[in-house]
Design a protein around this ligand. Structure first.
Ligand SMILES: [Zn+2]
Length: 255
């Protein structure tokens, strides 16, 4: 179908959708990001690795964030990436991170996604809309790589998932297990605003992913993040957690 022949799309409000997502459960997400978001009335998605001891220590805070309307999403137990991603990272991989996607089997990836889902249900609270984020954007397991068993494992527990990809999502054609996102690290807030503005021209959905947020020198500075969220509060966007936008798309793609 050509662009012109696709049916028109409308969002519940605004001209485009934006979801802010934060990976790996860094403590600055609880201590800086969530207070800053709530100060401007926004809610976001936080993807946790349930094998990370830091997350266990702050489980009560993550649960409270969930109860205040943030999505606490599934990012697996042990954060399996490709062996190459770990080699290229040039840093020590923490002890709780185990297994590369290449070494996973259909049974072990199902245990990986399902075990994280069980931990989140028990410690954060059940959420039938909870979504998944593929660690490092790696979506295939085994050697040769196969996406099917990983998708099947995700679909058992989550209806939608975020990859990387660096593109605005067209809600008319987006596959909900292949939602694309932009890296929110580096630069000042205006680069992040531009990534959101890209969605306006096509009526699409921009998803940003962050890790650490903090003082100058951090992957995303708190100052840049504040510039972004101040803009989003006032801009022509529907800003909502990943799961909320994904459910909206699912409903309207099926209609
Ligand atoms: Zn991650």
């Amino acid at each position: 179908m050509t662009q012109a022949s696709k049916p028109a799309w409308t969002w519940p409000r605004g001209q485009a959708a934006v979801s802010l997502t934060y990976d790996d459960g860094n403590e600055d997400n609880l201590d800086l990001v969530i207070p800053d978001l709530e100060a401007v009335g926004l809610r976001a998605t936080f993807y946790l690795n349930t094998g990370n001891p830091t997350i266990h220590r702050r489980a009560a805070d993550w649960r409270a964030a969930h109860q205040r309307g943030h999505e606490i999403g599934n990012h697996s137990i042990h954060h399996p990436c490709s062996a190459k991603a770990y080699t290229n990272a040039g840093r020590e991989v923490p002890a709780w991170m185990k297994h590369t996607v290449e070494s996973h089997t259909p049974a072990t990836i199902e245990a990986e996604v399902g075990g994280a889902a069980d931990w989140l249900d028990a410690n954060i609270g059940p959420d039938p809309d909870r979504t998944y984020a593929y660690p490092c954007g790696a979506m295939a397991i085994g050697d040769p790589p196969d996406e099917k068993p990983y998708d099947a494992a995700v679909l058992k527990r989550c209806f939608a998932a975020r990859g990387l990809g660096g593109a605005v999502n067209d809600p008319r054609t987006t596959r909900l297990l292949r939602v694309s996102s932009f890296h929110g690290g580096g630069g000042d807030g205006h680069r992040l605003i531009d990534l959101c503005a890209k969605a306006i021209t096509v009526g699409g959905w921009t998803v940003l992913y962050f890790h650490r947020v903090g003082p100058p020198g951090t992957e995303t500075t708190q100052a840049a993040h504040k510039i972004l969220i101040d803009h989003l509060r006032a801009g022509p966007y529907w800003v909502a957690p990943f799961k909320t936008v994904a459910r909206h798309i699912q409903k309207h793609q099926q209609a």
